[in-house]
Write a protein that binds this ligand. Structure first.
Ligand code: ATP
Length: 470
């Protein structure tokens, strides 16, 4: 990654806040660590991203159907999937302040600063400690932490269903969307005439009580996933074939919507990293300003999940393959991506500061978002607030909106300033109504990337923008 990479992250975070892409959550109450709210532009960008994903992988394919499963399922789902048994880290909890820390982290800090367990609280704080390190040694309610015995901490968020709060009413927020598709495997095969190979796609929230969230929206406790469970004949050869296929389609999704190929890497998991069910997993990593990190992945989940659900539910999850006259539990290939991570990668890749050679001032920011992702497609400006220009601009907006084109009206400041405001949020086209527009029934359209301007007939605008693939 280029020099000043931390600086770049800071600039993107600041742009996101200032222009309404992403805000820190619960800000008026002092914030809520590592949680974020998407603002007017961010929510639209995220929706555009999800819509393009859904269109490409569900709507435009014969072999994939969509679904939208419940976030809170019967806890038996998570027993069967292995999330209740595994998915853990050993944690200690303070009985007074109820803060939890990873036990090994507390021990590391104690060893690092040589603070023994019986030392006076005051003397425990040493110079050079970070706030996080101090927090691990000193209780917020005063004095030392009073840690209960270490427990394996499950990363799933727990909640209670109904009025009693005990083990019989415990339920979990889903830590992945995948299981919602596995537990509906029979429903889908019985209701939608799909034939193997076929997939189920889903976009939805997942929740993980991550111990080390961070890097803006890269790792949060509440996030969205877009996943496909693709069911194939039960052989490693078939699984491998579809794995290769999906890895290519998955990467293509990112490059087609603007991420530069050189910023993506495919990294195969080595044996020690593989999940217990996986016969092979590869991550697609992106060169984030904070380092090469997982953006998406494709895993060969074999028949693990459906077999587990057969065992735990007592309902046979076999599929009858009419073509081969065989009954079997299919193998599964799972392409998955984090929507928030994808959005962050699209933002980072699109962020461009001018070097002054493209007609912009040095340091001016253009967000070179793919037009399909851009939250606003066309900004409409009257050159002046007179001679019917605002009225004509509003008529054009009404017309474009009818065609489903997201527009934005701006009449304040010079045209140059208005262009800059739109470049910074990634609007691909700006349209200016001027003194001649009423007479020649035309407007000037300026392209964000080439900065070229064209005179276009008002009657031709919709066709023009459709051809621009917005
Ligand atoms: P990581 O190794 O980063 O913890 P993972 O391998 O556990 O991720 P998966 O279980 O494969 O992730 O989840 C699928 C996708 O969901 C990931 O590729 C990632 O894009 C996204 N994702 C996972 N955890 C988070 C999180 N805490 N915040 C945001 N996105 C996440």
């Amino acid at each position: 990654m280029a020099e000043n990479s931390n600086n770049k992250t800071e600039k993107i975070i600041s742009l996101c806040k200032r222009r309404g892409f992403v805000y820190p959550a619960s800000e008026i109450y002092g914030g809520f660590a590592n949680a974020f709210d998407y603002g007017p532009l961010g929510s639209q960008l995220k929706l555009n991203l999800k819509n393009e994903w859904w269109k490409r992988f569900v709507v435009e394919r014969d072999d994939i159907v969509g679904m939208d499963s419940a976030i809170i399922q019967n806890p038996k789902v998570w027993e069967a999937s292995g999330h209740i048994g595994s998915f853990t880290d050993p944690l200690v909890e303070c009985k007074k302040c109820h803060k939890r820390f990873r036990e090994d982290h507390v021990q590391e800090i104690k060893a690092k600063f040589n603070t023994d367990a019986n030392a006076e609280t005051g003397s425990r704080i040493k110079s050079g400690m970070t706030d996080g390190e101090k927090e691990m040694l000193v209780c917020a309610s005063g004095g030392e932490h009073d840690f209960a015995e270490a427990k394996n901490f499950n990363l799933m968020f727990k909640t209670f269903i109904g009025v009693t709060e005990d083990s019989t009413s415990t339920a979990y927020l889903r830590p992945e969307t995948a299981q919602g598709m596995f537990i509906n495997f029979l429903n889908v095969t019985q209701s939608s005439r799909v034939k193997i190979p076929f997939g189920i796609g889903q976009i939805g929230k997942a929740f993980r009580n991550e111990i080390t969230p961070g890097n803006f929206t890269f790792r949060t406790r509440e996030f969205e996933q877009a996943e496909i469970e693709y069911f194939v004949e039960p052989s490693l050869d078939e699984s491998k074939k579809w794995f290769t296929y999906w890895l290519a389609r998955w990467k293509e999704f990112f490059t087609d919507f603007g991420i530069r190929d050189e910023n993506l890497t495919i990294r195969a998991h080595d044996k020690s990293e593989l999940s217990h069910y996986s016969a092979g997993t590869s991550d697609i990593e992106y060169d984030f300003p904070f380092g090469m990190s997982e953006l998406a992945g494709v895993a060969q989940r074999t028949k693990f999940d459906l077999e587990q659900h057969s065992k735990h539910s007592g309902i046979d999850q076999k599929y009858f393959d009419e073509v081969n006259g065989k009954k079997y539990i299919p193998y599964v290939v799972e392409p998955t991506m984090g929507v928030d991570r994808a959005m962050l990668a699209f933002l980072v890749d699109a962020y461009d500061e001018s070097d002054g050679k493209d007609g912009r001032e040095i340091g001016e920011v253009t967000l070179r978002l793919h037009p399909k992702l851009a939250p606003i497609k066309v900004a409409v400006f009257p050159l002046m607030k007179k001679e019917g220009m605002p009225e004509l601009a509003h008529d054009i907006i009404a017309d474009l909106r009818q065609a489903g084109i997201a527009t934005f009206y701006d009449e304040s400041g010079s045209i140059g300033r208005r262009y800059r405001r739109q470049d910074e949020i990634g609007t691909p086209f700006c349209l200016t109504v001027d003194f001649d527009s009423a007479k020649d029934k035309s407007v000037t359209v300026r392209d964000r990337d080439t900065m070229k301007q064209e005179r276009i007939k008002i009657a031709e605008l919709k066709k023009y923008f459709v051809e621009k693939n917005i």
